[in-house]
Design a protein around this ligand. Structure first.
Ligand code: B12
Ligand code: SF4
Length: 633
């Protein structure tokens, strides 16, 4: 605890910081306006405010809650320490939602605070993932504990009060492990919320909240199932409405629902019905972005209700188009025979699609990646594609297996941002793999393909003036700023003194001249790319035939010439997958490539009956077998 400096009655200072991470030069990645408000911060901030309102520490020790998101706000540890000292010396700094790539920065923020005697606690996916999956704590977490930083694994909805009380007594424990029991979030008294000031420091009028946690599937690269579990836990429609009304009251009406797979939120329909009521009966102008899996279109009503509920953008975990890779990653629910149908369904209701694509599965090579991208561009009616390097994230099965086998993984957690090669690959050197990632962005977002995306969108009834900024964002982040679009922001802020521990301070001249040159270069690039897209949009709007545009990707599944579609015939794995789907649908297999490809079409039709021989997700194995919402049941 800090020595008090003031004479006023003590007030417990609860400071919450969502950290950022370092760029390749060791400077904090920070923006004038960052991508979006952090839901992790919103969740913990709300609980902290709840504790303050309840007078958790008694009437004599009020709690002041201060929150900051480092992606758009400078964190000054010395000022925080002074504030705590000025208020009687009692306080806790919670470093919130710390992902693996943010862990080194989180510890750097904590170090001067610990030197000043401040109690610090770190929570989030890195520590929870490591505790969930590893037999022994990794060195970085042990080092944090050695510095006196307390670790909170699990969800703050349970156990945060205990930690605050311990901190008020100056008796924070080294570890709070709440991984064994995952809390029910149905009716949390203080659901996620951030004041509008946080939203104003981000791009657009968007905030985020989780309507549920957990996913039933078993992808080997996924951390979510091991941290948040495979059972769907969800907020009640009342709770969701409360979050929306609180935000609406402060003028925030766009939302990113952070559920990794909203289609598997068991209460999706009741939540949608409430959103539909809010829009259609109560007249609220609210819009959403959600994340789903590639079988979501087979859940009756899901896509149509998404549109009515106000969903305008959907993120889809496509990951790969080579079935051999999908099987290797245990992503068996992704079926190439469903991709086109699913994307066309979203197009039918005018919703913009984003898909994640992972590079570096075992069967990938630089050539195969380019070939896959050619197929995607030609045959899949997809808007944005975003790339990730396959990364053994702490908390995933992949990470656990490699750790147990003693396979090399880069020990620098700052690199675990899905943009760096951090382990070996059976078919690519590290350089080839890294280069394949870098070039994938340029290869997908060519000038021609940007025009094709906008043409397809226009012909599908998507508002292309809304698509344009998003397309700009996803096509430009890597070429302009060398950061992933999910980490980009408006105008990069850099402080010479905020450099990674262990790296030297640069001279002001070297630092500022490079910073200024960088700004000039980026402004030029941004302007050029924006005007280029604008020209495309104008050209298409002026084209009287643009609404009639058709190509292979937009061709309805029923009319597709599947024997010539490379998606179904690209390799042996694709042909076998198509044959297998045909068998499952009871149509028999033919064995030759052409007929096998045609089975993709038949399968798409036949499978609307909802029959499948896939192993069911864990929670759907018994009583849910007849539940209509389950597409794999
Ligand atoms: C929304 C989201 C984002 C958003 C917003 C970030 C945010 N945290 O809100 C954006 C788009 C910015 C983002 C970006 C990225 N993300 Co992200 N993101 C998510 C997502 C889908 C939801 C986050 C969320 O709201 N979770 C729900 C909250 C409530 O859970 P939580 O964060 O764990 O917090 C709870 C507990 O951990 C605990 N807790 C947390 N902190 C603290 C602190 C204290 C003091 C206490 C007591 C408790 C506590 O209590 C909280 C409430 O229950 C998660 C997946 C997921 N299901 O969480 C991925 C996830 C966190 N992201 C991930 C990754 C890898 C990224 C990116 C690197 C991707 C990329 N290439 O750009 C970037 C990195 C950003 C950066 N700054 O470096 C990984 C992290 C895995 C890992 N081991 O680190 C995840 C898990 C997804 C995955 N692929 O596995 N992301
Ligand atoms: S579908 Fe998404 S959230 Fe579910 S296990 Fe796979 S990667 Fe994880």
């Amino acid at each position: 605890m800090l020595k008090p400096t003031g004479t006023t009655a003590p007030r417990f200072q609860l400071v919450l910081i969502k950290p950022s991470h370092y760029d390749k030069d060791g400077y904090v990645v920070q923006w004038l306006r960052s991508t979006m408000p952090s839901n992790s911060l919103a969740a913990v901030y709300s609980l902290a405010c709840g504790a303050a309102e309840r007078q958790l520490l008694g009437a004599d020790l009020p709690i002041d809650v201060i929150a900051m998101d480092e992606t758009n706000t400078r964190v000054r540890p010395r000022e925080i320490a002074r504030r705590i000292a000025d208020n009687g010396g009692l306080g806790l700094v919670g470093i919130v939602g710390v992902q693996s790539n943010e862990f080194p920065r989180a510890v750097d923020i904590a170090r001067p605070l610990r030197d000043a005697g401040v109690q610090v606690m770190i929570g989030g996916f890195h520590v929870s993932g490591c505790l969930a999956m590893l037999k022994e704590l990794p060195d970085d977490i042990k080092e944090a504990q050695r510095l006196g930083i307390s670790i909170f694994a699990g969800e703050a909805e349970e156990g945060f009060d205990e930690a605050i009380i311990d901190a008020s007594r100056g008796a924070l424990q080294p570890l709070y492990d709440h991984m064994k029991h995952l809390p029910d979030i149905g009716e949390v008294a203080a659901p996620p919320f951030l004041p509008v000031d946080f939203v104003r420091r981000t791009v657009g009028n968007v905030t985020s909240f989780d309507a549920g946690r957990g996913c039933p599937f078993q992808c080997s690269f996924c951390t979510i199932i091991n941290v948040q579990g495979r059972k769907s836990r969800y907020r009640s429609p009342d709770s969701v409405e409360r979050i929306i009304r609180m935000n609406y009251a402060q003028g925030v009406n766009r939302y990113f629902i952070t559920d990794d797979n909203f289609a598997r939120n068991k209460d999706w329909e009741a939540i949608y019905d409430r959103l539909i009521k809010l829009r259609e009966e109560d007249g609220l102008d609210i819009r959403f972005m959600i994340q789903v899996d590639t079988l979501c279109h087979r859940i009756p009503n899901f896509i149509d209700k998404s549109r009515r509920a106000g969903v305008t953008r959907v993120f889809i975990g496509l990951e790969n188009i080579n079935p051999a890779n999908l099987i290797a990653a245990k992503k068996r629910q992704n079926k190439i025979t469903e991709y086109r149908q699913m994307l066309l369904e979203w197009k039918r209701v005018g919703i913009i699609t984003y898909a994640g694509y992972i590079l570096g599965f075992p069967h990938d090579t630089p050539e195969s990646i380019r070939h896959d991208l050619d197929i995607i561009k030609k045959e899949l009616p997809l808007d944005m594609l975003e790339f990730f390097i396959l990364t053994p994230l702490p908390g995933s099965e992949d990470h656990k297996v490699l750790s147990e086998k003693g396979v090399w993984m880069d020990p620098d957690m700052n690199k675990y941002e899905l943009e760096n090669v951090v382990t070996g690959h059976p078919k690519m050197t590290a350089e080839e793999w890294q280069e394949a990632y870098r070039t994938a962005w340029d290869y997908y977002y060519t000038d021609d393909h940007l025009e094709t995306i906008v043409r397809r969108a226009y012909a599908s009834g998507i508002i292309i003036r809304s698509l344009m900024p998003v397309l700009f964002w996803f096509s430009s982040a890597v070429p302009v700023e060398s950061v992933h679009p999910l980490q980009w922001g408006i105008f990069r802020i850099k402080y010479r003194n905020d450099r990674r521990s262990g790296l030297p301070l640069e001279s002001p001249f070297a630092f500022y001249s490079r910073y200024a040159a960088d700004i000039a270069r980026k402004v030029g690039m941004v302007a050029r790319r924006w005007w280029h897209l604008k020209r495309i949009v104008r050209k298409i709007e002026a084209d009287p035939h643009a609404k009639l545009y058709r190509d292979e990707a937009l061709t309805p599944v029923a009319d597709e010439d599947s024997s010539h579609m490379e998606l179904y015939t690209q390799n042996e794995a694709a042909r076998s997958a198509v044959e297998r789907e045909l068998r499952v649908a009871g149509k028999g297999a033919s064995g030759n490539g052409k007929a096998a490809a045609q089975s993709g079409k038949q399968t798409n039709r036949a499978r609307t009956n909802g029959k499948d021989d896939e192993p069911l997700p864990v929670e759907q194995t018994h009583k849910d077998r007849s539940e209509p919402a389950s597409p794999v049941a």
